[in-house]
Design a protein around this ligand. Sequence first.
Ligand code: BTN
Length: 275
Amino acid sequence: MHTEPSRRPFDLPRFQELCERSRTPVAHLEWPAELGSTNDALADRLTADPQAWPDFSVLGTDFQSAGRGRLGRVWTVPPGACLTFSVPARVPAAFPVEMIGWLPVVTGWCVARALAAAGVGAGVKWPNDVLVDGRKICGILTRAHPSAGGTTVIIGIGINVSLTAAELPVPTATSLLLAGGSTDREALLAGVLAELRPAVAEVLAAGDRAGASATAAGVRSAMVTLGADVRVELPGDEHFTGRAVELDDTAALVVEVDGTRRRVSAGDVVHARAL
Ligand code: BTN
């Protein structure tokens, strides 16, 4: 039985030292003790002063009072129990809009790799969760923000670090603490950024060849949704069940239903184990 861990404030100097050691310096970093939502706050900051926020800057916090989840849900966790932050990534004007679905899945893959370094084996669930033994440990919320000459994607990441079983938002979630991994938030953030920067840059540079990139191959191999029986929940209450068989060139999920392949680019899936 785990006891409530101590939740010290995020240690910025230590984090910066770790980034320098891994040669991933962060151009701009803000970490207020509390924010509404890091995604919303980063959008406001990008509007007010975009130049102050180069790509892969970090806006994080120890507590979100109005954290956002996907599909209009809320994301609520006790102070200091999660790693919650957002980073901006500018999308080149030439990047095809239909390829933008790569960003959340690539982010999930990067988080899974950083979690492996923290001692926990994780997989990516389409479109943007990270699971450990079928349990959600990380949620990702991307948001397009208009910027001069194009779009900036705000990548918001929430990783359950020291949540105890009693604190889990749903019984199907988990945390690094519960999965037996390291709960060092500074090292975890440095690890995620070290993965995220080259992977996102590769996909954005690949343009309409994003699906053929080495990063895309890595995502496919880490995607636990592939091969699973899933229930697909589409926007507007429609749903169907089938087997997920492919992540196509645009990062859409291809689901086989009675011998027919259906391509899903927006929606949610529930894996058979949880059906
Ligand atoms: C989901 O699983 O529904 C997505 C959850 C995303 C949570 C993160 S925490 C940091 C960033 N700021 C937010 O308000 N949400 C994302």
